[in-house]
Design a protein around this ligand. Structure first.
Ligand code: BEZ
Ligand code: FE
Length: 281
């Protein structure tokens, strides 16, 4: 490894081998267990394709994605909005959608929801012209890419913040869902007697030159899995106020009671804008 010209490659490869050897020593790994581990790794690769990313799911399920996310992003809400893991379901080319428009692209029964957000910088000034990608599961807990009954890109959209840093959209209230358990990660969760559920949430990815890309999730406040998210994504600041309305004037024409609203302010730090590698196509 000393010959590796790239110092960072050298550092990472050295530390990785050191920790893997220490791990095998600590648990006195047997040859049979070694075989099971290699098979597990191979099955993660075999389960991954353009529509599913078992590798990210594995990193999520052992808390590794959240560790890397928190270690690289801010101070858990003290200044910038806390980040949360990207997850395996972000798609890069979601449809550009007008502010206030709906991201329901095929009939999706469930309680209606209106989301109003504002993006601010660390000094409280609005961030205009930022691109904000939004995606979430349906009221039955499935993303469109997992569900034949939903149109392509249902419950996904891309918004541009206005001069006041605002964007808004109409949708349906997401439900919590189990992470996919039909692959090796499911075997792992079952072996550990862990439930596979994530509390309901909406994903946001905010991007603008001059600001560090903000990837986060806003969780539904009455979800029973907030304290035991299978992939460790919840932090206190990211629990939203999803407010139920049984009467009054709805925020968009034709919304039927009961509808829900979510208002949320995101704070972005100055920094480098870069997009992650999309987990699926
Ligand atoms: C998600 O939030 O979309 C997600 C995160 C981890 C595993 C599965 C789904
Ligand atoms: Fe999600």
């Amino acid at each position: 490894m000393a010959r590796a010209p790239n110092a960072r490659v050298r550092e990472i490869a050295e530390a990785f081998v050191r920790h893997m050897h220490a791990f095998a020593r600590e648990v006195k790994l047997t040859e049979a267990e070694y075989g099971i581990g290699i098979d597990f790794l191979n099955r993660i690769g075999q389960a991954t394709n353009d529509r599913h990313n078992e590798g990210i799911l594995f990193a999520d399920a052992i808390g590794f994605s959240t560790l890397v996310c928190l270690q690289n992003n801010g101070d858990n809400g003290a200044t910038e909005t806390a980040a949360a893991l990207l997850g395996p379901f972000w798609r890069m080319h979601s449809p550009a959608t007008a502010n206030g428009a709906s991201i329901v692209r095929s009939p999706t029964p469930g309680p209606e929801l209106f989301v109003s957000c504002v993006l601010k910088d660390a000094k409280g000034a609005p961030i205009a012209g930022a691109e904000v990608d939004v995606w979430h599961s349906s009221p039955v807990g499935l993303y469109e890419n997992q569900d034949e009954a939903q149109a392509d890109m249902n419950l996904r959209g891309k918004f541009i913040t206005d001069a006041e840093g605002r964007f808004s959209f109409r949708s349906v209230k997401p439900a919590g869902y189990p992470v996919p358990t039909d692959g090796p990660v499911g075997d792992l969760l079952r072996a550990q007697r862990r439930h596979p559920y994530r509390p309901a949430h909406i994903h946001f990815l905010a991007h603008k030159d001059g600001f560090k890309t903000l990837i986060t999730q806003v969780f539904v406040d009455d979800d029973k899995y907030l304290a035991t998210d299978a992939v460790f994504g919840v932090t206190r600041h990211l629990v939203g106020d999803y407010r139920r309305h049984d009467q009054g004037t709805p925020p968009a024409p034709g919304m039927a009671a009961p509808w829900y609203t979510l208002d949320y302010t995101f704070v972005m730090e100055a920094g480098e804008a870069k997009l992650p590698i999309p987990p699926i196509k």
